[in-house]
Design a protein around this ligand. Structure first.
Ligand code: C2O
Ligand code: CU
Length: 488
């Protein structure tokens, strides 16, 4: 796998970053990019693909000096990449090896609420939880992370994050780069603040209500990474896995790249750009073309649109170096970028069964904080709804909905920009902005087990900026969350 190092299998992580600050205060991009291993599946008798994920604590050598106390899944930091095809049934044994309750949520996945891994599916210390569902959505880059009540930010920050890649036949037929870790490269981008002893700092006074903003950037747990490129076209699966930081991705020579996919799958056609924002939880698949022998850096650039008083807190005040790409003198050239990719979202003209409005303010949605025992509303199976989401607050937020992928109809009454033209499950809302989102709810589940919608700046989610809904069959009523699990 190119210059990739393997993940540590327990105890001290075996990957080691020699990254350090150069004289200009920027990180040296001189450590081979780690590639998260692919999770191995065993077939169970019933025909499901079975995966085993063990949540554990450990120590990880992130930089020179002391190792960092971290959490990981089947390793000391981050998690294996799960891959499944549309139509396959997966069964995932999640063993909680921590000393406290946690959960694992499959972000972006359409699945029954009881399998969703949200705050109503906690896994107690020492227990194993085994959700099972059939993957039924287009090929996409999804991910997984804890979603335990009130502690999502903490548990995710310590290192419990992995990718879940969905494949399908339509996408296989396109001829895109698909060799994992070589020309189809996962990039889990996180910021971390490390103290003088190399331990994670979780709350910085400066970051105020956004939670933590760190100035060390990790990609797949690598500080100061580079990737040796061996093909002309490389597909990068970018995930903003930070708790609060936003990235405005671009390359050091301002080259353009093709955005081919967003949260829920491929766009209808590639879009050439030289900058791309991702807020926490959002994903993008991009294809970059390289010339033999060249070196170019992926960075995050200050954003002119998101500056002002909040510039520093947005993490946009400084240019950040993220990853260096070093192209070989000869590059294989066997993949293509087709002019047409996936199906465009089709909800713009649909019959709308209900419109709802969501106003985001300080730690609340529509003036209410998250309550485990309150289901905010029910939607009807088989219907399309339009949700209008407004950021009425002085801070940046974003908005994520479980179970569905949505179509952005408008942004402040205008047509969405090209990077919001495909299926999305998370959108950035800068101060004062208003989005109209259309979504179709296809399968009812238990009226007593809700899905979540929330801000994906994780401290905001934990502080209460979250609500709950259920998907109801015809004639069914909103249920009540079963008592017996006190999280308050
Ligand atoms: Cu990525 Cu409700 O979560
Ligand atoms: Cu928020």
């Amino acid at each position: 796998l190119g210059g990739a190092l393997a993940l540590g299998g327990g105890g001290l992580g075996t990957y080691y970053a020699a990254a350090r600050r150069d004289t200009a205060g920027k990180i040296d991009l001189d450590t081979p990019l780690r590639i998260p291993p692919l999770a191995e599946a065993t077939a169970v008798a019933s025909g499901a693909l079975s995966f085993a994920l063990g949540i554990q604590t450990g120590e990880t050598q992130l930089k020179d000096g002391a190792p960092t106390r971290t959490w990981g899944i089947n390793g000391t930091y981050l998690a294996p990449t799960i891959r499944a095809r549309r139509g396959e049934t997966v069964e995932i044994a999640v063993h909680n090896g921590l000393d406290r309750e946690t959960s694992l949520h499959w972000h972006g996945m359409h699945l029954p609420a009881a399998m969703d891994g949200g705050p109503h599916q906690p896994v107690a210390a020492g227990e194993t939880w085994t959700p099972r569902w059939t993957v039924d959505q287009p090929a996409a880059t999804l991910w997984y992370h804890p979603h335990v009540h009130g502690a999502t930010a903490d548990h995710t920050y310590r290192g419990l994050t992995g990718l879940f890649i969905v494949d399908d036949e339509d996408t296989d037929a396109l001829g895109l780069p698909t060799t994992y870790g070589v020309d189809d490269v996962p990039m889990i981008v996180q910021d971390r603040a490390l103290d003088g002893d190399n331990q994670f700092v979780e709350r910085l006074p400066l970051a105020g209500s956004l939670g933590v903003i760190g100035d060390e950037i990790l990609v797949n747990g690598t500080l100061g990474p580079y990737l040796d490129v061996t093909t002309r076209l490389v597909r990068l699966r970018l995930l903003n896995a930070s708790n609060a930081r936003l990235y405005n991705f671009g390359f050091s020579d301002d080259r353009t790249f093709a955005l081919i996919g967003t949260d829920g799958g491929l766009l209808a056609a590639p879009w050439e750009t030289n900058r791309l924002y991702l807020s926490p939880g959002e994903r993008a698949e991009i294809v970059v073309a390289f010339e033999p022998g060249e070196t170019v850096d992926l960075r995050s650039y200050p954003s002119p649109d998101l500056g002002g008083a909040s510039g520093r807190l947005d993490g946009f005040a400084d240019r950040l170096d993220i990853c260096r790409f070093r192209a070989a003198d000869t590059l294989a050239d066997e993949t293509a970028l087709p002019a047409a990719l996936g199906e465009a979202p089709d909800l713009a003209g649909a019959d709308v069964a209900a419109e709802r409005s969501f106003v985001l303010s300080s730690d609340q949605i529509n003036g209410r904080s998250m309550a485990m025992d309150r289901i905010d509303f029910g939607v009807r199976e088989g219907t399309v709804e339009v949700w209008e989401v407004t950021n009425d607050n002085g801070y940046i937020h974003n908005f994520h909905v479980h179970d569905v992928q949505f179509q952005v109809l408008t942004v402040d009454d205008a047509a969405p920009p090209p990077h919001l033209s495909g299926w999305k499950d998370t959108v950035l809302l800068v101060q004062g902005s208003r989005y109209r989102l259309a979504m179709r709810f296809t399968d009812h589940t238990d009226p007593n087990v809700p899905y979540m919608y929330h801000c994906h700046l994780l401290q905001h989610e934990d502080d209460g900026m979250m609500g709950q809904f259920v998907v109801l069959a015809e004639g069914e009523q909103v249920g009540a969350v079963p008592a017996g699990h006190d999280h308050s």
